[in-house]
Design a protein around this ligand. Structure first.
Ligand SMILES: Cc1cc2nc3c(=O)[nH]c(=O)nc-3n(C[C@H](O)[C@H](O)[C@H](O)COP(=O)(O)O)c2cc1C
Length: 222
């Protein structure tokens, strides 16, 4: 079953905070539980008195629902998989929410399959106000907003400004693609040889050497 929670707001922060408090207590006797001071999981909680702590749910706010270790990049096992191995009976009663990068229904399905009880969608809702309906109908959800959509999406300017990486200028992109297509049809002729150009970087000039044949780039090195 798919269930959606558009924004979990401060409750999820409480989830982390409460977990933090209880896991710190528990870490006195266990050394595989805890969050760092930024709320990042560096060790996973495996034991928590969910009733005493009043913990409603646990929410992994790690940038991506499929996050692996933030300590050891070689360790590819997802945190949710680790969590399920570590959790005790009490923690097993607390629903766990996956968040971060759920953009399409397929992401939600995969997250649920991998062991989350719920998934949470943040940025998806900003650009796709009917995200859940679309996902339930197996429709593709928008992942970007067009530069002209701010009003239509009723997004206030301060939020719009920080969404810059999610905003595309479709008209400008179309012109750019058209130009690239045109350029692909232009016959290329080079004066064969090796050429060095310099870009100016923070630490001085950065050379780029390119070798041309009459119609191809044969090699380049920086
Ligand atoms: C506008 C905005 C407001 C948010 N507010 C909260 C919040 O109040 N509490 C919280 O725990 N997370 C908040 N988040 C973080 C999201 O819940 C979520 O963890 C994050 O956006 C990653 O998920 P996403 O890739 O689906 O956006 C907010 C995110 C956005 C974009």
């Amino acid at each position: 079953m798919l269930r959606f929670e558009p924004f979990h707001c401060c409750r999820s922060r409480c989830g982390i905070a409460q977990t933090d408090a209880c896991t710190i207590e528990n870490t006195k006797t266990q050394n595989n539980a805890g969050f760092d001071r930024h709320g990042n999981v560096y060790r996973l909680p495996n034991k928590v008195d969910s009733q005493a702590s009043g913990l409603d749910y646990l929410h992994f706010s790690m940038g991506s629902w499929a996050r692996n270790s933030i300590v050891n990049p070689e360790d590819k096992e997802t945190l949710i998989a680790k969590y399920h191995q570590l959790k005790d009976e009490s923690l097993a009663k607390v629903p766990v929410i996956g968040v971060g990068g759920i953009a399409q229904r397929a992401d939600a399905d995969e997250a649920l399959e991998q062991g989350y009880d719920l998934v949470s969608v943040g940025k998806g809702y900003l650009v796709e106000p009917t995200w859940a309906t679309k996902a339930l109908n197996n429709e593709t959800c928008a992942e970007f907003a067009d530069v002209n959509q701010q009003k239509e999406l009723t997004i206030p300017s301060p939020l719009w400004d920080i969404m810059d990486y999610m905003i595309v200028d479709s008209a400008a992109e179309a012109v750019k693609h058209q130009r690239i297509k045109e350029l692909q049809n232009v016959k290329i002729e080079f004066e064969p040889g090796e050429y060095t150009a310099y870009g100016v970087g923070h630490n001085g000039k950065l050379p780029v050497t390119v070798t041309f044949s009459e119609d191809k780039i044969l090699d380049y090195c920086r």
